[in-house]
Design a protein. Structure first.
Length: 214
């Protein structure tokens, strides 16, 4: 009986240890994956994979993406995959496991350079808000939006980089390092920052207090 009890306890301890190791390995994999995908590789921000909003044309962006046959696939129009609006755009798959998505777009229908690049992490193994800070540094501003069908938090970094996270509890919005990132956004530099003038400065990971701003 004692031997059976000892074997049972050993099995439980072994399973718990194995589970902890797997969990830690998975977390490290997710972190390194996000860092790999979002690495600017010496390109001045805002920049993703050599594409600089405000400078890179759609033709140049397509060439940059087509050159990377190991990392990029399925280039096409974003409306086909329901991940982009009606404006001019170029979308692709980031071939990692699990797959990420990307879209470059221009807010205007007139000809001109790319104005925004959106990178959508996988929802299966999500990128976390804490990872964004590890990659992009300390944010400069943050806000929440609580409009119907648009309940999210926006965190803004220097050099026109931002991340959007969906709020799981809109009644108690908070900025939490474990919150999954919905989109990483690179926007063209202009004379104004990519957020409203009354957007509060970054105050850390907090329960949100005050009026929301969209």
């Amino acid at each position: 009986m004692k031997r059976l009890l000892a074997l049972t306890l050993f099995s439980i301890m072994f399973f718990a240890l194995a589970l902890a190791v797997v969990k830690q390995w998975s977390g490290n994999t997710s972190t390194s994956l996000a860092a790999l995908i979002l690495n600017a590789r010496g390109c001045a921000q805002p920049c993703w994979h050599g594409i600089q909003p405000g400078k890179t044309t759609f033709q140049e962006g397509q060439v940059l993406l087509q050159t990377d046959t190991h990392f990029i696939a399925h280039l096409g129009n974003g409306q086909q995959d329901h991940i982009a609006g009606p404006e001019k755009n170029l979308c692709w798959l980031v071939m990692v496991n699990p797959i990420w998505h990307g879209c470059a777009s221009r807010d205007e229908f007139s000809e001109g350079p790319i104005m925004r690049v959106d990178i959508l992490p996988s929802r299966i193994v999500p990128m976390r808000l804490g990872e964004a800070l590890a990659i992009f540094g300390t944010p400069v501003a943050s806000t929440v939006c609580l409009q119907a069908n648009a309940e999210y938090a926006a965190v803004y970094f220097a050099d026109n980089v931002s991340v959007i996270t969906l709020l799981t509890e809109p009644s108690q919005p908070s900025l939490d390092p474990n919150t999954p990132v919905y989109v990483v956004r690179y926007e063209y530099p202009s004379s104004e920052p990519p957020y409203r003038f009354d957007t509060p400065p970054w105050r850390g990971f907090i329960q949100w207090r005050g009026l929301p701003g969209c």
